[in-house]
Design a binder for this molecule. Structure first.
Ligand SMILES: *Cc1c(COP(=O)(O)O)cnc(C)c1O
Length: 377
């Protein structure tokens, strides 16, 4: 059996040790005589799996006690709707930072709700770097909230653009019409959660689809400060309401049990095999720094993002001669380097270096890129 080098943007590489453990337990979970995917989600065995996954995630991220951890479905995209539905019940204007494709999708979803319900959902763009082609994030002094801000939403790591924040945006409103504490910071961390340690207490809500750094597709983690659970718009469908999940241990209906179990195995892997998020960050920094160094030291490859805002997880790059793109991808695949094609909306290449991508995988990519340049450059 050969496992190739997988740079997919999502669903992404899983740690081999996690897949091996899942294989061992696939037919008979710890002597129970059945698979986790065949168990009732109300069984004590599954309840223990679910509770342990939450506990391990809490430890990894040092999540304070006044935050609830929800396991939902629908991906990050469903949270684009959940955020306004759950936070606009008391009125106010949703505020958004725009740094690329994913933050734009979140903004569109909030604007869409305006036609369903109220003009409150006319999102205020508190900062955007669209005009400069999204090669950096708004500087802190370029972020300007509306004075009735209900929340400030941003995307920490733009998976397609390869652009990430190097600071946590402020949620201070200049005219103190709304107390600072009332403007929760809401963050889409789908492609960066668990890649570094995180100060959860700076946030009101953090959410992430699983299929980048958490586990397989099909489950979505939402971390929400408990005082924000009573702000939902009244028409929020119950399956989109965070409070319903908080009140029912995320089992309002049948949860994606097997994805939940696999996410738990990934959390265990991060704790025990990697040694926690500080160690994970050190590995991730070595990975991306090696790849950016290889790109920057060549005239054949280029990455447009300003160094301070380069993503540690997603590294897009272009070839000086775009007519070689297809050849590059073909030869990469023959060398066992998979899923390097850039997103269809931007073209070029993209290497996603999520937690399960090893330093050896990245080294194999760099060696291939240097060899390709020597032969074709
Ligand atoms: C992948 C991704 C999404 C979309 O996730 P789905 O689970 O497909 O809805 C949203 N935001 C970011 C930053 C992503 O990387």
């Amino acid at each position: 059996m050969t496992r190739l080098h997988n740079f997919c943007a999502g669903p992404a590489a899983m740690p081999t040790a996690v897949l091996e453990r899942a294989r061992e337990e696939l037919l008979d979970y710890q002597g129970r005589g059945l698979s986790v995917m065949e168990m009732s989600h109300r069984s004590p065995t599954f309840e223990a799996i679910a509770a342990k996954a939450e506990q391990d995630l809490r430890e990894l991220l040092a999540i304070p006690d006044n935050y609830r951890v929800l396991f939902m479905q629908g991906g990050a995209t469903m949270q684009f709707a959940c955020v306004p539905l759950n936070l606009l019940g008391n009125g106010g204007t949703p505020n958004y930072l725009d740094t690329g494709i994913w933050s734009t999708k979140a903004i569109k979803e909030a604007q869409h709700l305006a036609t369903v319900d109220s003009p409150l959902a006319n999102a205020h763009i508190a900062g955007s770097t669209r005009d400069s082609g999204y090669v950096h994030v708004p500087r802190p002094d370029e972020v300007s909230l509306s004075d009735d801000a209900a929340y400030l939403h941003y995307c920490h790591n733009e998976t397609i653009g390869g652009l990430a924040y190097d600071y946590v945006p402020e949620v201070r409103v200049p005219e103190v019409r709304v107390p600072e504490a009332d403007v929760p910071l809401v963050c889409d961390m789908s492609s960066s959660i668990l890649s570094t340690p995180l100060d959860v207490s700076r946030y009101g809500v953090i959410y992430a689809g699983a299929q980048k750094n958490i586990g397989p597709a099909g489950i979505t983690v939402v971390i929400v400060r408990d005082d924000l659970l009573d702000r939902a718009m009244p028409q929020t469908p119950s399956l989109l309401g965070w409070k319903v999940y908080a009140d029912n241990d995320s089992m309002i209906n049948t949860p994606p049990t097997y994805a939940w179990y696999l996410a738990g195995l990934v959390f265990e892997w991060l704790k025990h095999d990697i040694g926690g998020l500080a160690e994970m960050e050190a590995i991730n920094r070595r990975k991306c720094e090696a790849l950016y160094a290889a790109i920057d030291s060549s005239d054949f490859y280029a990455n447009p993002i300003e160094p301070a805002n380069r993503s540690i997880m997603n590294v897009p790059f272009t070839l000086a001669d775009e007519s070689l793109n297809a050849t590059f991808l073909d030869e990469a695949e023959s060398a066992g380097l998979l899923n390097l094609k850039g997103h269809r909306s931007v073209g070029g290449m993209r290497a996603s270096l999520y937690n399960a991508v090893s330093e050896a995988d990245v080294q194999a990519l760099i060696t291939f890129m240097q060899d390709f340049e020597r032969r074709r450059g």
